[in-house]
Design a protein around this ligand. Structure first.
Ligand code: ATP
Length: 366
């Protein structure tokens, strides 16, 4: 039987709430497909920092690094900060230290949800933002040597090496989606090449990588115009590689299109490691109220299974991913689930319970 080790990092706030049901469902899908998973829990984050003075000890990092994949929830708390005032986020350390350059943020709408756009095409969205996750405007988040009483700086830095990897990843993703009958065989570079010289270079690098993929259509769009199109006609997009901060902002718009932060999964993928986590943070405003939507965490688990399947040519993991995704889709399609975030009353227990029933084939009374 194929076996994988998973480092589980529940983190802070609602991260600790959405992790247990997501783990249970990933495990159940794996069991059904003859796949063996073992989970190691690794504490880290703001609450751990408050208790121990260290947000992410080196031994914990090494333990996470040794796993086949890392399943992380949410970390950080506005009231627990480093002495320089910045928030605690071991997930950022993981991205940089493990070189997880591709922040994969799919926007796939689920049937049955009351979504913000009314055009019928927005009810069947399926595109992916690929956020560069280790450079860009977030390369130096803690200030610059030129900072003084008058000026504060953050340096935007991109490298050709990382851009090339990001673009190759995006073109391959588009090819793979096309092979699976998804997407439009289209990669759109989202940039601000008319204002920032670094972005102009990124666009040139993008088109030189595009030459290696003559079967995929390559195009570009300014980030501000892309924000407008995400609200006006998001169905035109397929794969969208973009700079770190642009990706951060656009993926929150994409989460809105899907029904909120609780719906949006992600994967941070590098050449040898990967972290899977929901796009949302620790959401201290709803902790302990049962309102957290576990769907984003569950779908991040599905992405983790797909990654393991692809990396290790493991059909069992692909089957498990397909089963889990289909259980989520069926639960939303048949139960008119309206999460708290969308003004409804479905919370953690109800949503995970309904998805669990679909996964186990329980026949529910209507
Ligand atoms: P960060 O600053 O790290 O992004 P945050 O918790 O301040 O984290 P978001 O995660 O972006 O912010 O979430 C914004 C709001 O969306 C939260 O305050 C919460 O009300 C809502 N939210 C986020 N995740 C969920 C979820 N899984 N289920 C329900 N509501 C959520």
């Amino acid at each position: 039987m194929k076996h994988f080790t998973i480092a589980v990092m529940p983190g802070d706030g609602i991260g600790k709430e959405v992790t247990p049901p997501a783990l249970e469902l990933v495990q159940e899908a794996a069991n059904q497909c003859g796949l063996s998973l073992s989970f190691t829990h690794i504490p880290a984050g703001a609450e751990y920092y408050a208790q121990t003075g260290d947000a992410f000890p080196e031994s914990h990092f090494q333990e996470a690094k040794a796993a086949d994949a890392i399943f992380l929830s949410a970390m950080g708390h506005p009231d627990i900060r480093y002495p320089d005032g910045t928030e605690i986020g071991p997930q950022h350390d993981l991205r940089k230290r493990l070189q997880l350059y591709a922040g994969v943020r799919p926007c796939k709408t689920l049937p049955g949800l009351p979504l913000p756009l009314k055009d019928p095409r927005s009810l069947a969205l399926d595109f992916v933002i690929v956020r560069e996750s280790i450079e860009g405007l977030f390369a130096f988040p803690r200030g610059h040597e030129k900072d003084d009483e008058e000026y504060a700086h953050n340096l935007m830095r991109i490298s050709r090496t990382v851009c090339d990897k990001l673009f190759n990843f995006s073109f391959r993703l588009s090819q793979q989606r096309s092979k699976n009958g998804k997407g439009k065989n289209l990669v759109t570079h989202i940039d601000k090449a008319n204002v920032l010289s670094s972005q102009h270079r990124a666009r040139q690098w993008f088109y030189s990588v595009a030459e290696q993929y003559p079967d995929v259509q390559a195009q570009h769009q300014y980030v501000d115009f892309a924000a407008l199109d995400l609200l006006r006609r998001p169905w035109v997009f397929d794969v969208m590689p973009t700079e770190n901060q642009y990706g951060d902002i656009l993926s929150d718009i994409a989460a809105g299109l899907m029904g909120g932060m609780g719906m949006a999964p992600s994967g941070e993928i590098g050449d040898s490691h990967a972290v899977f986590q929901p796009c949302h943070g620790s959401a201290p405003d709803i902790v302990g109220q049962g309102k957290a939507n576990p769907t984003a965490m569950i779908l991040s688990g599905k992405m983790m299974l797909e990654y393991l399947a692809d990396k290790h040519q493991c059909y069992e993991a692909l089957d498990a991913a397909t089963k889990l995704e289909s259980a989520v889709e069926q639960a939303y399609a048949t139960h008119s689930i309206v999460p708290f975030e969308l003004g409804g009353s479905a919370g953690l227990k109800q949503i995970s319970g309904l998805i669990g029933n679909k996964l186990s084939g329980v026949i529910e009374e209507t």
